[in-house]
Design a protein around this ligand. Structure first.
Ligand code: WT7
Length: 645
């Protein structure tokens, strides 16, 4: 029971200081960076932005009409040029940009020169299909080099991309295509997962039944599975690429032009299209990637996230490539064909920086240390963690069994909305404590405040907020600026509200506690309780549904659903199974409830609000919190008896 494991020491007491051999060579070694950035955060970020390639410099660093920000006003640049073309003027042109290994073991290496050619060709292909600056392209692909090529090709011609994680269902894909009004979809025939081909193209076909905006679908051959090709709509990538010219004039973009939209779950049933722009976003991800991961020119950098999530956008594609990193990409599952696949890959490619999620670390812990022990992991020099709070046990295991007690660990707190990391240690400077993301990065003003927006005292908990704008912040929610204001800037006057709770310790360190809103974090992925609830009530058997996140030893949180049934419907194990698959079909496998509990009534307040807090107590087997506002206490007693049975 990892979740319940009690350690013999208070984790807060344990402090790990950066090794002298590491810190003397670190990219950031002068602690005054915090003071300097804190005194003048605008100029701090402007200095970082100057490290990029600009066609035209900005005339104002920040235009802040709270809560709407514009960074590097008047500046012109192109994100693709920064990630690719810029490296062609030095020996980097022959450096590996991408080293790829597919699940079946196939390998591809693309130098920056190769990447430039492939991206330029595909940018020409997209233009040939009628994609112009401002047109949205939806990308629904597995972790293969063509996905990165497609993203950068969009950036090159100024077409915002909207990636949809390959694990999302046809219906979830449809909603995201419709909201973005995408003109083109780029996909593959299928995607490899533990030796099976997942039918991505078929999902696209199903989604497109009601997506009138889509004119063309580009299909990359990956698994070779049978697919249907719609005449006049569907075209093969390899056929178009054969004819495509090798160079493509990039679009000169305004710093505030949209680079991409990425959908994420919120507190309502409808996913939010988070909008990121070009200059500020690229500045944020490039700077933080260089500083946090201490990137050196000979590093092999591996971030295990999927490019369909923000971590993939910022720390597989834009940050690393803008820094000229060699990025390793792996397509498949960590236990295929064996449970040592990740360690095998680290040994084989001599990976030096490894960035993964606590949920994966807990899984590796469960599998046991014999798997990493049987491989040579001596190439590793820095480890990262992202996606959810890392429990101290997992941190210590990661440090010992993967990092060989020599690699600093950067626990990075951030969100789809923040674009880049906000709270994390700098590996050469910051003493770390297992389980704490430590403190704001230079130029970032994160704080923990109480209900009134006042900073909490040492040892107290409150809400995690960010008090000053930052370059890579979301600019708005696509087509819904009011929701942007309400969601993030209304709870505390003049502060960005993250939706997370946090504690500040006696040394000022921030300990992120998790979401305080109706968002569940399953294995580092966000699921809105409202989305799962609306999927459940669409099912003909269900009258009402309440969904909560309960703690889970591997996933961090698991989806737990409580339902009442319609008149005349009887509860049965098959119905529970059916409801679970129904949710997976509506949203995706990630949202599949761990359990569904049938009750005759949901616990509600006298005003009719479902008391999710009590359901959470029940699901986690805790003594109930305050029940005085409950309309009918017998509902809860019945549920407790049911759970005990
Ligand atoms: C939520 C954001 C951008 C990271 C991938 C997930 C949680 C993320 C940490 C961390 C504690 C974390 C928060 C946050 N979270 N990283 N290091 N420690 N919690 O991005 O889907 O936008 O989710 O993930 O709850 O709000 P996301």
């Amino acid at each position: 029971m990892l979740g319940q494991m009690k350690s013999e020491y208070a984790p807060e007491e344990q402090v790990f200081y950066p090794d002298l051999s590491f810190s003397t060579r670190a990219n950031v070694r002068d602690a005054r960076i915090y003071d300097w950035a804190g005194m003048d955060y605008e100029n701090y970020w402007a200095e970082e932005a100057k490290k990029l390639h600009w066609y035209q410099p900005w005339n104002k660093i920040l235009e802040w009409q709270s809560p709407f920000a514009q960074w590097f006003v008047g500046g012109k640049l192109n994100a693709c040029v920064n990630c690719v073309d810029r490296h062609l003027n030095s020996w980097y042109r022959n450096k590996a940009a991408i080293i790829f290994e597919g699940e079946p073991g196939d390998q591809v290496v693309l130098t920056y020169q190769d990447l430039h050619r492939e991206v330029s060709k595909f940018a020409n292909v997209l233009r040939g299909l009628g994609v112009a600056k401002g047109d949205v392209v939806t990308i629904y692909m597995p972790m293969i080099p063509e996905a990165v090529i497609a993203m950068l090709a969009c950036a090159r011609i100024g077409a915002p991309h909207s990636l949809v994680f390959g694990g999302f269902s046809a219906e979830a894909l449809r909603d995201r295509i419709q909201d973005a009004e995408a003109k083109v979809v780029v996909t593959t025939d299928g995607s490899w997962r533990r030796g099976k081909s997942i039918p991505l193209k078929q999902n696209v076909d199903n989604a497109l039944v009601s997506c009138p905006s889509v004119e063309k679908v580009v299909v990359v051959r990956r698994t070779g599975c049978d697919i249907y090709m719609e005449p006049n709509r569907d075209v093969f990538y390899h056929e178009l690429m054969k004819e495509a010219p090798l160079t493509c004039e990039p679009e000169v973009m305004d710093a505030e032009d949209t680079l991409f939209i990425l959908y994420t779950s919120g507190t309502t049933g409808k996913p939010k299209g988070i909008v990121h722009t070009t200059g500020g976003y690229l500045t944020g991800v490039t700077s933080t990637h260089r500083n946090l991961f201490d990137l050196k020119e000979d590093d092999i950098y591996w971030c295990t996230a999927d490019i369909g999530w923000i971590t993939g956008h910022s720390y597989i594609v834009y940050g690393p490539l803008a820094n000229g990193a060699t990025v390793f990409i792996y397509e498949g599952a960590p236990d295929y064909p064996e449970r040592d696949r990740f360690w095998e890959l680290i040994e084989k490619y001599r990976v030096s920086i490894f960035y993964t999620a606590p949920t994966a670390i807990r899984l590796f812990m469960k599998w046991g240390e014999s798997y990493p022990q049987s491989r040579d992991l001596s190439s590793l020099r820095l480890l990262g963690s992202v996606g959810e709070p890392i429990n101290p046990e997992a941190w210590l295991w990661y440090h010992k069994h993967i990092g060989g007690e020599r690699c600093p660990i950067v626990d990075t707190w951030w969100q789809t909305e923040t674009g880049s990391v906000m709270v994390a240690p700098l590996p050469g400077l910051t003493p770390t404590k297992p389980g704490s993301a430590t403190m704001s990065l230079p130029g970032i003003a994160a704080d923990v405040v109480n209900e009134l927006g006042e900073p909490v005292k040492a040892g107290e908990s409150g809400y995690l907020v960010i008090k000053k704008p930052w370059p890579s912040m979301l600019r708005t929610i696509y087509k819904d600026p009011q929701r942007y204001v309400d969601q993030y800037w209304s709870r505390f006057e003049g502060m960005y509200f993250t939706g997370d709770g946090a504690r500040r310790d006696k040394d000022g360190y921030i300990w992120v506690l998790g979401r305080v809103d109706d968002v569940i974090n399953v294995s580092g992925h966000r699921i809105g309780t409202a989305e799962v609830e609306s999927a459940l009530v669409e099912h003909p058997a269900v009258a009402e549904a309440a969904v909560i996140g309960r703690s889970h030893e591997l996933k961090g949180q698991a989806v737990s659903a409580f339902v009442t049934l319609r008149e005349g419907i009887a509860w049965a194990p098959e119905l529970e199974k059916d409801l679970k698959s129904y949710v997976a079909k509506k949203i995706g496998g990630l949202a599949r409830p761990e359990e569904i509990i049938c009750t005759w009534e949901l616990p509600k307040t006298r005003s009719g609000k479902i008391m999710r807090r009590l359901l959470k107590d029940i699901a986690e087997g805790r003594t109930l919190g305050d029940t005085s506002t409950l309309a009918d206490a017998s509902v809860i007693n019945q549920l407790i008896r049911q759970m005990e049975a």
